[in-house]
Design a protein around this ligand. Sequence first.
Ligand code: LIP
Length: 264
Amino acid sequence: MTVETELADLAADIAREAGELALRRREEGVQLAATKSSLADIVTEADREVEALIRERLRAARPGDGFLGEESDADSGDTGITWVVDPIDGTVNYAYGIPAYAVSIAAVQGEAVPGRWEALAGAVFAPAHGELFTASRGGGAYLGSQRLAVTSVTPAGALLATGFGYDPATHDGDIETVRRVMPIARDLRRAGAASLDLAYVAAGRLDGYFERGLKPWDFAAGALLVAEAGGVVTRIDTASARPMLIAGGSDVHARLTALLAEEA
Ligand code: LIP
């Protein structure tokens, strides 16, 4: 048992408990708690309750670790390890009753800043689907006990996924980005949860994924899944307000990067 696998097991156990709470609250009826950056950027009472549960379980298990979550204050901790948490990724899907949402929990080492951290472990649990994706650094990526691997490009083109921000002012630019990449695509999916998009790239259910403006908690665990499944995840335009995340097998990642880097 390595540190990474211990952290992955803890992330998986907590993600499962937290996801089951989110599912119960969804069945009971979802209450809107507030809006954030825009009217479309919502937080539900369940988001807050689920994050509080995750934070409590992590504090009990590893009291000195840091915490960076979507719905509560950051804490740097003193162990050099920080938990990067999205309690319900796909919040709008969750509020509408669309089952594509997930609990995303990652343990990172070093600065809790994307590009500066080393991801050690991650878990993405989709409770409505009963699917738990896990990864540990150097230990591979799994769906349950099934080892995951990314795809290679096919003559039919790549099945790609993307997403759009909550700010309507960004939609024109994001649509232009989609137009730019369609020549290499066989089709496009927009599921509404970055952590699941990345988990599906790791599982070979998608050939590639790209999206601007993601928050660290949206992709911290999913990016490790893709890397441990043999894929590549990078961020470009990192000095901008909306960096672009690109994920896929090495060939699809390279093709997406060539097309998207031109845009910068
Ligand atoms: C969501 C992401 C999704 C993106 C949405 C939103 P949230 O995260 O997972 O990929 O397109 O705009 O950012 O807000 O549900 O945690």
